[in-house]
Every structure is written in C-alpha cells, then in structure tokens.
Design a protein. Structure first.
Length: 582
C-alpha cells in the first residue's frame, strides 16, 4: 500500500467512523423530529382528535427522554478523559538539539512537527494526542519530573513519545532513522476527518472506562451502566473502521518515510531488537531484585548500555568485529539532552512505578541507588535477607544443627547442608516384589521432589507471601493528578509482571545460594558484585563464581553435598561457622 493509497484508505475509514456518530445523532433526533411534526400539525389544525393528542403526548415524552439520554451520553463522552500513557516530559529548553532533530525530520518529511516530546521507560515510540477537552487548559511547563500524567498541549499536533532506552543505546543517526516513520504520522493526524474520528473513538473508549469504574452508588451504577452500554454499542460499530483507518495511517507514514535514511533504518531496526532484549534482561535480572528491597536503580538507561556492551564482549563474533567498536565511537543520542542524568533518573523512577508498583516519591522505605552502591546496598542485603528467611523457615520446621550440643550459636551453612543432604542409611530395605517405575511426567513434577525440598520450598513461598501482604500499598494520587490516576486507584499496577511465579524448588535454590554467598563473603574474602546480564553475582578474586550454581543444584535436586563441600573447602570456608545475617 503506497502513501496515497494509505492516505485515501485512512480518510475513507475516518468518514465511516464519523458516519456512525452521525447515525447515532440521527437516531437521537428522530423522536424529536416526529414530535415537532405532530405539534406543528396540531397548531395548524390539521392533526386533530383524541388519537392525535395522545400521540403528541407520548411522542413528545419519548423525544424528551431520548434527548436527555443522548445529552447525558454526549456529556460523558466529551468529559471523560481518554487514557494517556505515563511519560517523562522533556521541555524544549532541556533538549534543544533533540527538538531540532525532530523538527528537521518533520521538514524533510513535509509534515507538521510534533507539539512536544516525552519519554517512556520502554522500547517503543509513538504519537499521542493529548488535546482532549477534558484534559483542561495548558499547564505551565516543567523541566523534568517523575511522570507526565497527560498535561494538555496548546497545539493540535500530537506528542512524540520516545522509548528512553533508544536515546542511550542508539546513535544520533540511528535514532533519526527510527523516528522517521513515527514523525511522518503527524501528516495524516492533521487531516480534520481523521482527527475528528480519533477524538470520537477515544471519547467512546473513555466513556466505557468511566462507566466500568467501581466505587459508585446504586443510582450512579445504573445511570452510567446505561451510558456504558450505549458507548460500547457505538464503539463496536466503528471499531473495524477505526482499525482500518489506523492501518492506512501507518502505511502512509511508512511510505512517506522511505526516502529518509532508508539504509540506516535497516541497521537501526537491529539495534531496536537488541535494545529491547537488553532492557528486558536489565529489568528482570538487575532492577527487580532492587525494587523488591525498596531500592530503585536511578540510571536504568545507562545500565542498558553497560548490559549490551557486556553482551557484545561475551559474543566472540561481535568482539572480533570492528564495526561494533566504531559504532560506540559515534555520538550517542542521549547527548541531545542537556541533562541526561536527570532524565534517566526520572525515567528509572517511572519504570519502577509501571513495572513493579511503588510509591510515587522517594522516602525512607523507597530510595534511589547508584550503580556503584548496588553491590553493597542491594546484592549483599538481598543475600542476607534471603539467608535469614531460610533459617526462619528451618526454625519453623524444627530443624536442628548437625551438632546441637557443641555447635556455636548462630545460623550456619552446615545446618542447611545437613538437612538437604540425602541419608543413604535412612533408605528403606529393598522390596522383593517388583514396584512400578514412576511415570516420566511425575519425575519433573514439583510434587515428586524430596520431602525436605518440598517442605522448605512451601515454607519459603508462604513466608514471601506474608511479607508481600505486609508491605504497604502505594499511596493513591492526589485529586487532579491526571488521567493516569485511575490506574493507581483501581490497583492495576504493576502493569506488566516481570517474572512468572517461582516454584518451591527455585525459591529454595535461590535461598541456599544466598546462604553460600554470605558464608563466602564473611569467611573467604569474596565480595558481592553486579553482572549486567545476570544480576547479583559473587566475585572471588575479582572473577565471577560461575561454578557455584551447579553445585547448589546438586545439593537441592539430588541431595548430593559433595560438590558443594569441595567448593567450600577450596575457598577455606567452614560450613559450621556462623554467618552474619540482617
């Protein structure tokens, strides 16, 4: 589909959407028109008689009722706030070079320039219209804050939302190539029919959301329920046309952007995929452990660069290629910002709010952490917290140490090892009668694991659930904070769960590893560290202890303590020595 064909499709589908609005208006006005005809006929002495008088009364009452319902629906659609993405606003004085790049790009594409620029803590970019009347008059500009809740813009042009990881990982030329098809979308957005159709669809969608919101009385639920049903009916009538309209707009924008940095865009799209992979891994492996402890890394975007650079270092093909090193020598897109550190901090806080659900502002139980402080403030604290939780569960289960009479006081690694180690002398005598072998599915089933592992895993899961329930919920936003407040009021955050629920065996493996790391730090001079791709790491003599994981798995899954004991002996760690916990 070419640019002209896409534009024609978008305009025709926009007219189809507007026809749905026109039909709804005609249906609402039809009883009123019939009432006017009957009243006019009576006034002229033509439609007289008891039957006509009764018809005039019935039709007039119906017309008034329909007009009241239509006015109510129109009022809700007009005043309901459409959903607005939480973003970090970037004022022009904080990023003049970025605004200049976008305006030059719009001039090359011969389209209107976006009215403003905002950043999202995700790997995506789009245009967003924030000119709905319900957003109110424009507010005074701000430099950088933790969230943009949808302040209105004086201009009709939409806001350009850019994924913040793109600015740090991509070079300036790559960012321009990636933004070209996005900025090109301001051309179709300026067409009055398309703009009107979008406003109508967004208003219907917002009206449906308002009608479904909880916390209202019976009368309010009944009234808004009827409004919601009417809005859903109209929305279903124009949904197909709206989808085709947006596809036409996208096709026209992509075709228009073909002439701008086409060759570079192919390379840039590869970097988009790479940035997404690095961002996802940084959130799940590095940011999530900190968020769970009440700390939020304040430079996630800079961490993306470090993670992807480390990935290329481990990739032999990338390390041997000079193209990667030469690319990093080019100007990064974050240089287009006057104060990239402040922008990164704001985007990092917003990422924590969106992906984990945390308080809006820093506080005693919610504080930023720099990457230099991450090993001591997050990794070491996480290990000792997990180790303490493991010993609390052991206490609950009544597990004693290997030598209760002579062992020193305090939590020891020997207590954990002895409890998880399989005891051959306790195995039952062989049954002369043959027994059926377990089904292959049961071997991998969590229910078929050893009793010690199952009991500890279940206890750790219950303990974590209790801690999660005891954690205070994020405070609700103040009145008038913006259209995104509904997300917080209804408890919809976190929006995107970063990890699936962990099994009991996985929880136990993590906690035993934490206990071993605590012992290594206390007795062998090891230090907590940060692996940009895998998160918390134990550093022994400056190198990551990559050989620890399989030894812990042998203990947990097979009950074999020999590999782990050999690893501990090689570092001079005595399992019976108490470990410092939180």
């Amino acid at each position: 589909m070419g640019a002209e064909a896409g534009a024609r499709t978008a305009r025709s589908r926009a007219l189809a959407v507007l026809r749905v609005r026109s039909r709804a208006t005609a249906v609402a006005l039809l009883p009123a028109a019939a009432s006017v005809i009957l009243l006019a006929g009576g006034a002229m002495g033509r439609l007289t008689g008891t039957g006509w008088d009764a018809a005039r009364v019935v039709v007039t009452v119906c017309a008034v009722a329909v007009l009241l319902v239509a006015a109510g629906v129109a009022l809700v659609v007009a005043r309901a706030r459409p959903a607005v993405s939480p973003t970090v606003p970037v004022a022009e004085e904080t990023a003049p070079d970025l605004y200049r790049l976008v305006r030059d790009l719009a001039d090359r594409l011969d389209v209107p320039a976006p009215s403003a620029i905002a950043l999202t803590p995700d790997c995506d970019s789009w245009l967003e219209d924030r000119t709905h009347p319900a957003h109110g008059p424009p507010r005074p500009g701000r430099r950088i804050s933790g969230e943009d809740t949808g302040e209105a813009r004086a201009s009709v042009a939409p806001v350009l939302v850019i994924g913040s990881p793109f600015l740090w990982w991509m070079r300036v030329g790559e960012l321009r190539a990636v933004l070209a098809p996005v900025v090109a979308g301001t051309g179709p957005s300026a067409h009055p029919d398309i703009a009107a159709a979008r406003r109508f669809v967004r208003g219907l969608d917002a009206a449906v959301a308002v009608a479904a919101a909880p916390g209202r009385g019976p009368l309010g639920r009944a009234v808004l329920g009827g409004v919601g049903r009417i809005a859903r009916l109209m929305l279903s009538g124009c949904r197909l046309h709206a989808g085709e309209m947006e596809r036409g707009v996208a096709a026209a924008a992509a075709e228009r952007a073909q002439a701008v940095d086409y060759g570079l865009r192919i390379v840039a799209q590869e970097q988009v995929g790479l940035a997404y992979a690095g961002w996802d891994r940084l959130l799940t492996r590095v940011a999530l452990p900190a968020w769970r402890m009440g700390r939020w890394p304040s430079a996630l975007d800079a961490g993306v660069v470090a993670a992807l650079t480390e990935l290329s270092r481990r990739d032999r093909l990338a390390a041997q290629s000079g193209a990667f090193a030469s690319r990093l020598g080019e100007r990064p897109a974050c240089d287009l910002l006057e104060e990239p550190g402040l922008v990164d901090e704001a985007a990092s806080l917003l990422a924590a709010r969106l992906f984990h659900g945390v308080p809006a502002e820093p506080g005693p139980d919610w504080a930023p952490v720099d990457w230099q402080e991450y090993p001591d403030e997050v990794v070491d604290r996480k290990w000792r917290t997990d180790a303490a939780r493991l010993h609390r569960v052991l206490d609950t289960l009544g597990v004693l140490g290997p030598d209760p009479a002579g062992a020193p006081e305090g939590p020891t690694l020997a207590r954990v090892i002895e409890h998880l180690a399989a005891d051959p002398s306790a195995a039952p005598a062989a049954d002369p009668a043959p027994t059926p072998a377990p089904a292959p599915e049961a071997e991998d089933d969590d229910e078929a694991q050893r009793p010690e592992v199952e009991a500890l895993g279940t206890g750790l899961g219950a303990e974590l659930a209790r801690e999660e329930q005891a954690r205070p919920a994020p405070p609700a936003p103040a009145a008038g904070q913006g259209p995104d407040g509904a997300l917080w009021d209804e408890g919809a955050l976190p929006l995107f769960p970063l990890q699936p629920p962990r099994t009991g065996r996985e929880l136990l493996t993590d906690h035993v590893t934490a206990m071993v790391c605590c012992a290594a730090v206390d007795a062998a001079g090891a230090v907590p560290g940060l692996d940009w791709l895998d998160g918390p790491a134990l550093l022994v003599d400056g190198e990551r202890a990559a050989d620890l994981a399989p030894r812990v798995l042998s203990l947990v899954e097979d009950g074999d303590p020999v590999p782990l004991r050999g690893w501990l002996a090689g570092l001079g760690i005595r399992p019976e020595k108490p470990v410092r916990l939180v």
